[in-house]
Design a binder for this molecule. Structure first.
Ligand SMILES: [Zn+2]
Length: 229
């Protein structure tokens, strides 16, 4: 898709196998949850750094939280690199269905979560991250038929948490407007190769949803190789 972001699949960052495949619900989510990782505000925009972040989050969620896999469906580095998080997420978005994550307590079965690298209580969001966040939200709204003004929310809208930070949270209205403008100005059918609107397809769900709740704060303790935030 010419208008879909470049999402690095799990194999790119050398993800571990999940303990169990993610539960896939035969429906679209109705909310996009914006998170921050609450990790260091690194200036390293490299792929290697981004992949390291994804591995760190997965290890943290599996080894410290005891979950089956990384909790969030998508991750964006401060350099703007977009990565698949939880297993089955990328295929599920493309199919218009939801691979259930563990990213927002009590609301995992109707939401998809984006982890944005950094801590945004006081610091500005890097332009490259912001541009990718807009792209990802445009993509998700198209695939899932969502209206950005309703769909895009912050983690703190559902749980008692500072996530995604005051600065990023304050920019959610701008995010909704930017995504809405993109959707209005560039309908999917006018760009790239047209394709039928994805409809949820029935699929087997052989694995129980025993995923732990998505408590946050998200990732305390990410190695602070740069400790200036
Ligand atoms: Zn969060």
């Amino acid at each position: 898709m010419a208008d879909a972001p470049n999402v690095h699949p799990r194999a790119d960052w050398n993800a571990r196998a999940p303990r169990r495949p993610a539960t896939v619900l035969n429906r679209a989510p109705d909310r996009i949850i914006v998170h921050h990782t609450d990790t260091a505000n690194s200036d390293d925009g490299s792929l290697a750094h981004a992949y390291g972040l994804s591995r760190f989050i997965q290890d943290f969620h599996m080894d410290k939280r005891g979950w089956d896999d990384a909790g969030q469906q998508l991750t964006i580095s401060r350099g703007g690199i977009v990565m698949e998080g939880r297993n089955r997420s990328l295929k599920s978005v493309r199919a218009g269905v939801l691979a259930v994550g563990a990213q927002v307590l009590h609301h995992n079965e109707h939401t998809i979560g984006i982890e944005n690298e950094g801590s945004y209580m006081t610091k500005e969001v890097p332009d490259r991250l912001w541009a990718s966040l807009v792209e990802v939200c445009v993509w998700l709204c198209r695939e899932y038929d969502l209206t950005p003004s309703d769909a895009i929310v912050g983690h703190r809208d559902y749980n008692k948490t500072a996530c995604p930070g005051d600065v990023l949270y304050a920019r959610l209205p701008e995010l909704r407007r930017s995504v809405g403008a993109r959707l209005d100005g560039a309908p999917k059918s006018s760009q790239g190769k047209p394709r039928p609107k994805p409809r949820p397809k029935p699929r087997p769900e052989p694995f129980p949803d025993d995923q732990g709740p998505g408590q946050m704060p998200d990732f305390p303790g990410f190695p602070s190789f740069d400790d200036f935030n």
